[in-house]
Ligand binder design. Structure first.
Ligand code: 13P
Ligand code: SF4
Length: 305
């Protein structure tokens, strides 16, 4: 299967781009593996005719908006993001109407419609940096993830108006069990994605995007880590530091798998099929894409480099 995918990919001049939350075998196959910001930066640079984006729909749509001339394929068209889907244009328009003068800062985990209603997009890697640059006399609406928003407010010193949505994978972690884990692994550093609830973030030694968490584990002198994010990232952590210990953070069910069911819809079989058929393809409305590109480009100016 892997050889067939590689052969077809080379034959068609296609690239495979994967998020850190993909299954290990998909990460190993990819030409690029990264966090949402890394994927967006990579989108600017890529020059292949076809890209297979292994992540969720908002990532592939962002890729398409930044590369309108390319064919963007996804292994599973149903791989959405429940956080992005919970913020609908009608509800967001109502939320905005309550704060008509506010600057609208929107997490990349959102639909194109929501992006088009925003002033700037951010990822978890650059949200604090961007918030600090928004004129201090402007109120700021932040959506859709309230926990990331709360973290950004704390770090940037800005008072954000938070849209009340969250990611069910990151809010499944249990602070109580995490506390028990700290007794079992007293040496371990706790590292967390900012989509986790405040009670988890308060425990954390380091908070960051998936890419920032990976960098921290490489550079830290610590030998063990309790990882409070989707467990796909542990694959890169273990590859990068095979002698260190990485423990999946405990969730409320006690199963500690911490997998995002949307991300995990992608499989090798679906990648092969999508390369063979060049389907499902991500197609976006031209006018909507042009509107969404404005705040995405603003993110590239304010949040990259
Ligand atoms: P990152 O931008 O940190 O990769 O996170 C994406 C995501 O979907 C988190 O749930
Ligand atoms: Fe969306 Fe949460 Fe899955 Fe990230 S982990 S893609 S925010 S549902």
């Amino acid at each position: 299967m892997i050889n067939k995918i590689k052969e077809l990919k080379d034959q068609k001049g296609a690239l495979i781009i994967a998020h850190y939350y993909q299954a290990s075998e998909i990460q190993d196959l990819a030409d690029y593996v990264g966090d949402s910001l890394g994927m967006a930066i990579f989108a600017k640079k890529t020059d292949s005719r076809i890209a297979v984006v292994c992540g969720v729909k908002f990532m592939a749509e962002t890729f398409k908006v930044m590369n309108p001339e390319k064919k963007i394929l996804v292994p599973d068209a149903g791989a959405g993001c429940s956080l992005a889907d919970s913020c609908t244009p009608a509800v967001f328009a109502y939320f905005k109407s309550k704060h008509p003068d506010a600057y609208v800062m929107t997490y990349v985990n959102s639909s194109l419609e929501i992006k088009a209603m925003s002033d700037v997009i951010c990822t978890s890697a650059n949200a604090v940096k961007i918030a600090r640059q928004i004129p201090s006399d402007r109120k700021i609406i932040f959506g859709p993830d309230q926990h990331l928003g709360r973290f950004v407010a704390k770090e940037s010193g800005r008072d954000l108006i938070l849209f009340p949505a969250n990611c069910f994978v990151h809010t499944s972690f249990s602070a109580k069990t995490l506390y028990e884990f700290t007794k079992v692994y007293p040496e371990a550093k706790i590292i967390a994605h900012p989509e986790c609830e405040e009670a988890i973030l308060e425990f954390a030694d380091f908070i960051g995007s998936t890419g920032q968490l990976l960098k921290y584990t490489k550079e830290s002198d610590a030998q063990s880590f309790i990882v409070m994010t989707e467990s796909g990232i542990l694959h890169q952590m273990r590859k990068q530091c095979p002698h260190k210990t990485f423990i999946v953070g405990p969730d409320l069910s006690g199963c500690s798998c911490s997998e995002c069911p949307h991300m995990r819809l992608n499989t090798l079989e679906k990648i092969l099929l999508c390369l063979q058929k060049e389907q499902p393809e991500i197609c976006v409305d031209k006018e909507l894409a042009q509107k969404a590109l404005i705040p995405i480009n603003r993110m590239m100016e304010m949040g990259v480099g």
